[in-house]
Design a protein around this ligand. Structure first.
Ligand SMILES: [Zn+2]
Ligand SMILES: [Zn+2]
Length: 405
């Protein structure tokens, strides 16, 4: 993993557009909003999961089990055909103490009790250093496609809402999240997951979804088709198509992109498994609290990364600036991407408006852009990509509407 993030050096005078940063001493906080453990289909205990993120430079973590929150009592089988091996049980005892591990014999099988979210929170959380945000992955399906949504800061489990068509299903699930947030007066957000996994959602469908403005621009689990195939667009193109539609003809507004791990496997760092550390977000917030992290994500005050670290992402009414953390022997290309409108007509979707080789670039708005976002491409390849996804390290900043208050 790369070194810890720096304090942002931001000197923007005024923030006018969504997603822009201003010079107010905020700090970057690294987090992963998509993680599984033995509570669903991950292969490690929640404390091993927490241990990995806690010791690899992350500041916050969202455990997002399939249709489940890690509460109450849950046991897993131990041994050769169990979900956890005897060797690993011993490793847990060595790492966390003999009293930490609770076992029982049930039907002649050895079982281990899984730690709850509250238990791992009290072990790893530290004010200003490491934070958990309660989460859930609603894992629904319609028209034969998997439709998954990550709920951040969920209070009560949200069961899958069903729905005959894809659009109806998505709307019902997003509405259930928003209903809980409103009813409890609680800050909650929801992002749409891995839209290219089993080609679940088209960019046009993504464009039409009003219940959220967050989706995964990169998902590090295997088979997510982040870069498309011969006939179907990769996530960058998906984003541009959806943004262009949302801003030119719909009323759904901006769409922000998160990079996530969607971790399932913690014991092998090979391309064929979904291990941690492939994709994350860096959120700019005044402090490491659930409220401020969620507010910053909602406002688009974050960037996504598969390896590139940024020091500054800032906007004024007239320009968008990106500054990359210098890495010895590594070259960065900073691309500003957007779609232009001419006489009320949408021009080519998602073109590179400006490209700069170097560690800082400023784009001056022409005024005819529907939106502008930036992507940084490294000369270095991603160290541990998922199978078939060999690609450079990237950073993606959030789209802004030039001059918008
Ligand atoms: Zn999923
Ligand atoms: Zn998942």
């Amino acid at each position: 993993m790369k070194r810890m993030v720096n304090i942002a050096v931001i000197c923007a005078v005024l923030s006018l557009a969504a997603g822009c940063s201003r010079g107010d001493g905020k700090q970057w906080y690294r987090g992963n909003t998509h993680t599984h453990s033995l509570w669903s289909d991950g292969d490690a205990t929640p404390e091993e999961v927490g241990d990995w993120y806690h010791s690899n430079g992350y500041h916050f973590l969202v455990m997002t089990e399939h249709d489940r929150i890690a509460r109450g009592e849950r046991w897993v089988t131990v041994g050769d055909r169990g979900r956890i091996s005897n060797e690993r049980l011993e490793e847990l005892r060595a790492r966390f103490g003999r009293d930490w591990v609770v076992t029982r014999i049930r039907d002649d099988r050895l079982e281990m009790k899984l730690k709850t979210l509250e238990e791992v929170k009290s072990f790893f959380e530290e004010p200003g250093a490491f934070l958990y945000i309660d989460g859930e992955e609603i894992s629904d399906r319609a028209e034969g496609k998997p439709l998954h949504f990550n709920v951040l800061n969920v209070a009560e489990l949200i069961p899958t809402q069903g729905g005959d068509t894809i659009m109806e299903n998505v709307e019902r699930n997003l509405a259930a999240v928003n209903e809980q947030a409103e009813r409890l007066g609680r800050p909650m957000i929801v992002h749409i997951n891995h839209t290219n996994w089993r080609w679940a959602l088209t960019p046009e469908q993504l464009a039409g979804m009003r219940g959220t403005h967050l989706f995964e621009i990169y998902n590090g689990s295997t088979g997510c088709n982040n870069y498309g195939d011969e006939t179907r667009p990769g996530m960058d193109e998906v984003w541009d198509i959806a943004l262009t539609r949302r801003l030119s003809s719909g009323d759904a507004g901006l769409l922000y992109g998160l990079a996530v791990d969607d971790t399932h496997n913690y014991y092998s760092f090979t391309p064929d498994v979904s291990h941690p550390g492939r994709g994350w977000i860096e959120v700019r917030a005044v402090d490491l609290t659930v409220k401020n992290i969620l507010e910053a994500i909602t406002a688009g005050d974050f960037y996504s990364s598969t390896g590139v670290e940024l020091e500054e992402v800032s906007c004024t009414r007239s320009r968008y600036r990106v500054r990359v953390a210098v890495e010895e022997g590594v070259t960065h290309t900073i691309q500003f991407i957007g779609t232009r409108m001419e006489d009320g007509v949408v021009m080519e979707t998602g073109v590179i408006l400006q490209e700069t080789t170097g560690d800082v670039a400023t784009y001056r708005f022409d005024g005819d852009e529907l939106y502008v976002r930036a992507r940084v491409v490294s000369s270095k390849l991603q160290e541990h990509p998922a199978a078939g996804e060999e690609a450079p390290e990237y950073a993606w900043t959030q789209p802004v509407i030039p001059g918008r208050k």
